[in-house]
Design a protein around this ligand. Structure first.
Ligand SMILES: [Zn+2]
Length: 124
């Protein structure tokens, strides 16, 4: 089994509804996002997936969130823009772009600070 990962980031504001603490107030983070693909083997030139292509997909997905208030985005109308839900949202959008690819999306991680991050791995 091989895994490849890339990371990118975006800057955005958010607030957590019903949190019951200071995270209910509007504030910002540099959200660092890492995605990991895996495959049982390599392609004919020795790759799981092209890093440049993967970075391009992630940059396109994250650019929609950059310098926004995440709570205003359609992706977060029904759920809080927590790091956990950001990871799940990025997962869903990236997985849709990788349908038919020779590698599968294993996990998405989102850091909201250097010391705190969430990982989304779909069950099953
Ligand atoms: Zn926050």
């Amino acid at each position: 089994m091989y895994q490849v990962s890339i990371q990118d980031h975006f800057d955005a504001a958010h607030y957590l509804r019903d949190y019951g603490g200071r995270c209910e107030n509007l504030h910002g983070h540099r959200f660092v996002v890492a995605v990991t693909l895996e495959a049982p083997g390599l392609n004919e030139i020795g790759l799981v997936y092209d890093f440049t292509a993967l970075k391009g997909h992630v940059k396109e997905i994250l650019s929609r969130f950059d310098h926004t208030c995440l709570n205003d985005m359609p992706s977060f109308q029904g759920r809080n823009p927590s790091s956990e839900n950001i990871a799940a949202t990025v997962y869903e959008e990236l997985a849709a772009r990788l349908v038919g690819a020779p590698a599968v999306l294993r996990q998405v991680q989102v850091w909201e600070s250097p010391e705190a991050w969430a990982t989304y791995i779909p069950e099953g």
